[in-house]
Ligand binder design. Sequence first.
Ligand code: ADP
Ligand code: MG
Length: 245
Amino acid sequence: MVPLVVEDLWKTFPRGDSPVTALRGVNLRVEHGEFIAIMGASGSGKSTLLHAVAGLTNVDSGRVLIDGQDLSELSDARLTRFRREKLGIVFQSFNLIPSLTAEDNIRLPGTSGAELDKHVDQLLERLGMQARRRHKPGALSGGEQQRIAIARALVCDPAILLADEPTGSLDSVTGQEICELLRQLCDEQQRTIVVVTHEPHVAMWADRVVVLRDGENLAEFDTRHINDPQEVASRYQSLLRVEAS
Ligand code: ADP
Ligand code: MG
């Protein structure tokens, strides 16, 4: 089963007298165990695409298929459940619940039980957060909070891990640690990962970069053998230049 297929996706925000078309026929296909980065300038439609893939926003036309399931065919109640079971989402601002401990933030979307406890233990261990499990988010660094947010996203063993600018609130060293962690989750556990970013040093960790421009697919390039953010930056810039000329 292909974890993610996006077909000819269109989305316009009404916005009074001047509607904004954020997605203009976007296509995307992500294979199992693939790690892709969606790049594009601010306003190019990256977050709108991610929200559409996550079933968090309605689209005007086109389809999103997660593990073969067309999201538009699900009722609201079933979509909510489907999203919880199939998707893990990580945001720039972590979005943890301040009053809950780290481990309870991870547990939140699931149910209680011995199996869940074991899974939470494994995640805390894998993400190096065992010693911090009883801390609340306010007592954790940004990098630690993002690790907990990633653990929370993985607790239901999702088909896809989605992340919108996951390093955007972190310093560069911590940001690289989070990227490295995502890379390891892909390599070790064959996680399927879609990261939205405008930063070459984040995109560098992916297998493939998909470039959006003004809500359209502009181009793609392979990053499996690129370990230099400068090279990603120059490829990305040259694509934008070619298009503009
Ligand atoms: P990116 O994540 O690449 O910066 P977005 O997907 O957030 O881009 O936005 C794409 C376009 O859609 C922008 O022009 C933005 O202003 C517009 N847009 C996004 N969300 C909304 C919204 N809720 N209402 C109106 N316009 C929006
Ligand atoms: Mg965005």
